[in-house]
Design a protein around this ligand. Sequence first.
Ligand code: HEM
Length: 260
Amino acid sequence: MAFHRPQKVRMFHRLRTFLGSTLGKKVAMSITGLLLVLFLIAHLAGNLLFFKDQDRSAFDHYAQMLEENPLLPLAEIGLLVLFVVHLGLAFLTTRQNREARATRYRVSQALGKRTLGSSTMLITGILVLAFVVVHLLDFRFKERAPDGLGAMLERRLSEPIGAGIYLLGVIALGIHLSHAVRSALRTLGADHPRFNELLQRGALTLAGVLFLGFAAFPLVVVGSRLGSTLASSSADEGAPTTPADPGLAPLPVSADGQGH
Ligand code: HEM
């Protein structure tokens, strides 16, 4: 009597065989990578509210809305799974590629043009991972300051070390994405001589927009800090020691050190 495995078991078996193959791993890596890019687009769009007003109230309101959303824990678990699967497969395929090259064909990878992005995928991926760990410790796992998330963000990016970490993380992300988006689309079948130029440009533009958008946070915060320091030091130099006009007298300073 022939033994028929139930359809579900057969499907599971096929999926396991597919994921065991190099192509299967690359497809899964591409899908998880593109989903992470969707997260980055949403993350950047929401974060841009930081620049909407000086007191960061629009950003704080947005962060509070996110936190109160009952679906947030589910989204966070999904995000974690995407990260883990993407990273796990990246390490596995890198190891497999190295083994294959060492044992079978000792040829340099001459397939396609090597770019900064394509030749540093593992290292930029590790740098982005390190950045995400620091980033989560900064904002996700730190107690919320009473003056809000926007103020916390501004303080972190005002520190030279904080701004440096965020800039380096974003540069690594930009280099990673400059190769990753086009490569993932190609793996998923978006490869046609008529559209390849357009796809290449579109992928690079998306990577560039994400890079510039995220880089704007440390750059704008540091820039406005420098600007206000320069402005106050030049105002100090030009200011008379005793104000001749009472209208120009310095603002009274309260006990907490702030003007009114
Ligand atoms: C440089 C500009 C960035 C700023 C200003 C920023 C800001 C923030 C803030 C304020 C949070 C906390 C949100 C909350 O708890 O309500 C957060 C969470 C997060 N960020 Fe960013 N982020 C930036 C870049 C990035 C990048 C480049 C990545 C990934 C490569 C990233 C990944 C995440 C993740 C995974 C979370 C946790 C999401 C969650 O658990 O809800 N961020 N970000």
